[in-house]
Design a protein around this ligand. Sequence first.
Ligand code: GLA
Length: 409
Amino acid sequence: MNTKRTAQLVLGVLLGAAAYGTCWAQKAEGLASTPQMGWNSWNKFACEIDERLIRETADAMVKQGLKDAGFQYVNIDDCWQGQRDADGNIQPDPKRFPSGMKALADYVHGKGLKLGIYSDAGATTCGGRPGSRGHEYQDARTYASWDIDYVKYDWCNTPSMNAEAAYTTMRDAIAKAGRPMLFSLCEWGMSKPWEWAGQVGHSWRTTPDIYNCFDCEFSPGLSTGLGVLRILDKQAGLRKFAGPGHWNDMDMLEVGNGMSEDEDRAHLSIWAMMASPLILGNDLRSMSESTRRILTNRGVIAVNQDKLGVQALRVLADGPLEVYAKPLDGGQWALMFLNRSNQPADVHHDWKKQVLIDDLNNRSADFKQTVYRWSDLWSKKTGDTSAKLEARLAPHSVLMLLLTGPAKP
Ligand code: GLA
């Protein structure tokens, strides 16, 4: 082949790839312009799932006010799969999902909600069910034919596979299937997906799985589970990679699964501040009134869903007390004081000594110049920054403020 022909071919391939990228971007546009909100079966139910659970969860999402609060995806995690048929088409487990996935999608859509599904880039999933390796285009077509809205794509059983290539293949398969489906990467942060996944998926997991505790770690054998604070600490340096349509995913929530109320409030606040997807992980059918109230806190959710899509930065670390700031649309800020300790901690915050600077986004708030009003998103107390902020934080709790300014010139 002569050099000119080779150059033409290379150019053609590059243009083709660019066009596909644009095409995907257009298709996927708007699907996660703010972090996705929904529910997933794994944290609470693992493989004990069936179509009744999914229908009842959709019912509860509406009845408990979660849909009104912004939660919309009902996501089936691992273990829904049965076998592939003679043509290689994946079938749901006939005992657990006898009506089939299309009927389930119709039911969920009938509630004004969306249905998500799970697969894995390897030949088998983490739960040992058929994965999508070698069936990517076929599976994406199947999901589209079932009217699925969301695909979570896991990373078990992928020895020597390249993550970027494997996830790009599935992205292209979803684009080709012709139905907009949110693409959620679950690769646990191993190949630094934040560096390459902005053009591949709508979100990428940044860590191993969450473990249901505030400040602990669980490492049985090869797998690791991380508590809330451990996951938070692993977000250091990642904020510049997050933004509308592409989010750092801190994993599904454990709110309502046994931590204390203060811990649950702190957990949700942290995820909101960090602009992580908010995917509930508890049993929505039987949650307590206090869990329901935590999960439907509109002010905290609004911080997560703010349209600027900027992840919080840590602006202060003083022993167990940390302060995180998130610039919001319209010149507002969210400020979270976090007590990491299992002892109470006192806040004596002199606003006059604090300037908030988000150098990545060229935003700042100078409390020497400007008085901001604040409202506490949990207790609903209000005040302004002309006076020192004095508060006692219970162990593992947060104070989360919405700052609106200027109150006075
Ligand atoms: C992995 C994922 C989890 C869950 C399980 C299912 O561990 O990280 O979120 O999907 O697999 O087997």
